[in-house]
Design a protein around this ligand. Sequence first.
Ligand SMILES: Nc1nc2c(c(=O)[nH]1)N[C@H]1C(S)=C(S)[C@@H](COP(=O)(O)OP(=O)(O)OC[C@H]3O[C@@H](n4cnc5c(=O)[nH]c(N)nc54)[C@H](O)[C@@H]3O)O[C@H]1N2
Ligand SMILES: Nc1nc2c(c(=O)[nH]1)N[C@H]1C(S)=C(S)[C@@H](COP(=O)(O)OP(=O)(O)OC[C@H]3O[C@@H](n4cnc5c(=O)[nH]c(N)nc54)[C@H](O)[C@@H]3O)O[C@H]1N2
Ligand code: SF4
Ligand SMILES: [Mo]
Length: 751
Amino acid sequence: MKTRRDFIKISTAGAGAVALSYKAFGSKGFGLFESNSVDPVSDEDLTPYPTYCEVCFWKCAGWAYVDKSGKIRKVLGNQDDPHCNGRLCPRGTGGVGMVYDNDRLKKPLIRETRKDGSQFFREAEWDEALDLVASKMKEVKEKYGPEAFGLFNHGTPGGQFHHLLKAYGSESNAEPAFANCRGPRSSAFFSTFGAYVGSPENTDIRDTKCLVLIGSHIGENMHNSQVQEMSEAIDNGATIITVDPRFSTAAAHSQHWLPIKPATDIALLLAWIHVLVYEELYDKDFVEKYTFGLEYLKDHVQNFTPEWAYGITTIEPEKIRETARAMAGAAPSVIVHPGRHVVWYGDDTQRERAMAILTALLGAWGKRGGFYFPEGVSVPAFPHPHFPEPEWTWKDWNEGRYPLATMGITTELLKASIPRYNYKHQVKAWLVAGTNLPLSMPDKPLFKEAAAAVEFIAVMDTMPMDITGYADVVLPEATYLERYDVIRSAPNREPNIALRMPAIEPMYDSKPGWWIAKQIGERLGLHDYFNFDDYSEVIDWQLKQLGTSLEEMKKIGVKKFPRKSGPLYMGDNEDFTFNTNSGKIELYSTDFADHGFDAMPKFTKHPEPQQNFYRLIYGRAPMHTFSRTSNNPNLSDLMSENSVWVNPKVADLWGLKKGQEVWLKNQDGHVTSFPVKVRVTERIRWDSVYMVHGFGHKNKKLSRAFGKGASDTEMITNVVVDPIMGGTGMRGNFITFLTEEPAREEKEVKA
Ligand SMILES: Nc1nc2c(c(=O)[nH]1)N[C@H]1C(S)=C(S)[C@@H](COP(=O)(O)OP(=O)(O)OC[C@H]3O[C@@H](n4cnc5c(=O)[nH]c(N)nc54)[C@H](O)[C@@H]3O)O[C@H]1N2
Ligand SMILES: Nc1nc2c(c(=O)[nH]1)N[C@H]1C(S)=C(S)[C@@H](COP(=O)(O)OP(=O)(O)OC[C@H]3O[C@@H](n4cnc5c(=O)[nH]c(N)nc54)[C@H](O)[C@@H]3O)O[C@H]1N2
Ligand code: SF4
Ligand SMILES: [Mo]
């Protein structure tokens, strides 16, 4: 029997870190990854440089330790950082593998066409590559206006190009973090509370008495401090309720695992609301003082009894009552976690609304152990002229659809790039920075059509990822451990900032994103937007405005500031106005009603798998981030491929054996490029299969990742779009098994 402490061992700083336990995930233990060299080295011989991690978007602050020969020997968490509390997750510890991956992009590349029509990449000098990007940007501006140049961005590299694009006159950008990730929760929580959940989420997990996880698979989803706090909450005896068709790591540590039938969560949530309202278990004072619409809600959920929900979700009515009562018993220190990757079935904003409503009924908003009030540091912009006003922006692609979208929608940017969709505002060229669209966008045929339709694509990346194969120009960025970058400033309990500076010079002929953006900007006559020689000047200026300096931050890496917005939690009975239409928490959403959407969530039945097909669900593995780490030498050592989880009943039916390789085929006839091994396990419902996202790379230049495992994305061709904010529901896809590789018309795969 595992002790509770086994859950989530994130690396500890210092000497003890070398032997890291990783038992909770059933994985082998791992040590600190030493770059290429195995020579022991003592800490006195190492110089620490402050950084924050770019292996995922939690952005933990840490120290990169460099030896006398100029090699980074390890990366450890910064003790003062609230994102990591001195401990990086396995991916952050292994991040140094991004620097020393021999497959890295080393020089700019330009696409060439041979006489016979075949194409190849030729290495180029920076001047030529930058001139080419700038000349295409000028050409597009002259022919179609700057708005026709689109940007797909994600993470800090994306931020540098976003600045460039705004200076050039375009706001035609979209990032997967919205429509392919957490967009529905933003729209739902904003409409309910007039506030966002943010990143890191303002969930007060460390002090909670009851944590409800609906799909959210914390422990495999390794967002660092959140995982640590969950471990703490478990130690403190918090009740964990996990709703997941799969027995996740979190489920293994829960008092209640509800193995729900996929796509039916809204029914469960409505039944929970029913129990709270009709057993009068909700927080009466809180609801009366702060919320709007209880009477409407009461009518609405009258028939949504646990017995009703049982028929839909397969969760026993008594279990539904018992868990609702457990939440009420812990209130207000209860968190119905809103999740993060929440684009599942196309009614995701409504599912998120149901979670927000539950939160309000439990009186958990603004309460210890519920949701705290976060505060961030506002970093002043380095002086530059006003950005020009574009004639149209990403909002105009939507033409009245998705009214509650707060950011550009990636699939709309694809459609706006394809003439046959006949969008009023068309996109003719792309910059892509920090996103691997062929693996992260659902509906790959749509992506391919759009990529073929645009006149020019420039991609800035660190690795020869699948996206670079679509580029006309590839711009090799230096990794996060080799560059200055924007000051990290994310809302938290305590306002704080973190510095990223180079630990070593960029390897090969790679350059920092800020340099690349500036060089293109200069060529476009936009010097005033890049009025510095080195990005350290920008950072130093900003830090001085904040009362610190680059000099100080180089020594401390992270700085905390006193809160200005008031206490973390709401006082008892305190007067409070919410930033919603009614000034109250909206159980009945006037915002949704105004836009013609259901003001309260409803359950809608979603399509089910046909005979011999199974619902494809997917998620994270603790040692990988999407597709970006699969070639990382340290992390691919820990997990080199994914598998497809199959229930033993299904395996029997098909005669599938553990470790057998199968190809997957989806409802639209698409077959995975590569086979994937079967994992036979009771941990998945019989009606579904599960895969870890991020594998099945098709680019041979990724010597470790090429052909390892299969890509879930290839199976996601049916996208159910959320009418409220344009989220791309990705779990309405069904697969069947092929035990032999089928003949293929197009053998583009192994090129
Ligand atoms: N099928 C499927 N699709 C999904 C998901 C899923 O689970 N399954 N998840 C969705 C979610 S939640 C999200 S947030 C998105 C994520 O989607 P993406 O942001 O596209 O995620 P990654 O696959 O990590 O791709 C990141 C790219 O940035 C590059 N990169 C890494 N570091 C740097 C750097 O420092 N500089 C530059 N220039 N490039 C860098 C990597 O090499 C890689 O090509 O995917 C979404 N799409
Ligand atoms: N290690 C690691 N951690 C990460 C990332 C990473 O790449 N690697 N990415 C980060 C990012 S950007 C994001 S957005 C988050 C995503 O992390 P989460 O928000 O936690 O992930 P989801 O993809 O929503 O949830 C996956 C879980 O949902 C379950 N599930 C599938 N269908 C259903 C259903 O119908 N109902 C219910 N109740 N459950 C269902 C799956 O079995 C799986 O356990 O992870 C973050 N953390
Ligand atoms: S959670 Fe892990 S991968 Fe993400 S930023 Fe923190 S250390 Fe890096
Ligand atoms: Mo995400």
